[in-house]
Design a protein around this ligand. Structure first.
Ligand code: KIV
Length: 277
């Protein structure tokens, strides 16, 4: 019997895509319905990002920007499980939130393990190089695939002095070169490069043995990721320069809700067509 369903994406596919020079897309998803739609659209990788702190939970920094720091592991597990129920083809990555992998290797293993065991994720993502390389090595040695995240790492927003482009200056660039290689050596299967000069991200991608996925890092990464609310035009408030709005669903939602309100207030809805005999 032949099965016409596409084979689910595996972490090993990313190495092949990089070797073949095949660019790929990743989007964030936080709920069942969106995950199901993105899966139907053939998006090969879905990230349940801790950006849900801003998009789904409304956490804000004092400057009004999105805040990921208050997001808990329980928040992530709940949204990740909903995404896993909606997507059957895409590779599913669950972000480890702030303070769920910083206190020690056991804590990191428990948090990451719960993402796989309780939420049905196939891999986790965590931010940082340096001391985090030990965490990456520990998790990957235990069979938990890890996607790294370097450059603008929102969990370090206060240390960075805001959500700012990183990697400017030779010292910062050299450190990023080391960290990309360090992540690969520690066993990470891919790395998100966020908020970097395009030229630097391109160099890192050529030098990197693992697939790079850019966001605000120019055109020459192996893959590209966007926050779903940003690219659908749903984000409340300004969006970063690198965001292209592929739809205006925020405006469409306001227009639809306004039509509904008017139809209810005028008595036009529900008409006989929308009523039971
Ligand atoms: O949390 C998130 O959505 C992310 C992406 C922006 C890469 O880390």
């Amino acid at each position: 019997m032949t099965d016409s369903k596409p084979r689910p994406v595996q972490i090993t596919d990313l190495a092949r895509w990089k070797a073949d020079g095949r660019r790929f897309a990743m989007l964030t998803a936080y709920d069942y319905t969106t995950a199901s739609l993105l899966d139907q659209a053939g998006i090969p990788i879905l990230l349940v990002g801790d950006s849900l702190g801003g998009t789904m939970l409304g956490h804000r920094l004092r400057d009004g920007g999105p805040d990921t720091l208050p997001v808990t592991l329980e928040d992530m597990l709940s949204h990740a499980a909903a995404v896993a129920r909606g997507a059957h083809h895409a590779l599913l990555i669950g972000d480890l939130p702030f303070l769920s992998y910083h206190l020690g290797l056991d804590e990191a293993t428990r948090s990451a393990g719960r993402m796989l065991k309780e939420s049905g994720m196939q891999a986790v993502k965590l931010e940082g190089g340096g001391p985090m390389l030990e965490v990456v090595a520990h998790l990957t040695a235990r069979g938990i695939p890890v996607m790294g995240h370097l450059g603008l790492t929102p969990q370090r927003v206060h240390a960075m002095g805001g959500l700012r482009v990183q990697g400017r200056g030779e010292g910062a660039a050299a450190q990023l070169r080391q960290e990309v290689l360090g992540l690969a050596q520690a066993g990470a299967f891919s790395v998100v490069l966020e908020g970097l000069p395009a030229q630097l991200a391109a160099e890192l991608t050529v030098a990197s043995p693992i697939a790079t996925i850019g966001i605000g890092a120019g055109a020459n990464c192996d893959g590209q990721v966007l926050v779903i609310h940003d690219m659908l035009g749903l984000t409340v408030g300004p969006v970063p320069k690198f965001v292209r709005r592929f739809a205006e669903l925020g405006e469409a939602t306001i227009a639809a809700a306004t039509s509904f309100r008017d139809a209810v207030e005028s008595g036009e809805y529900p008409s006989a067509q929308f009523s039971y005999e």
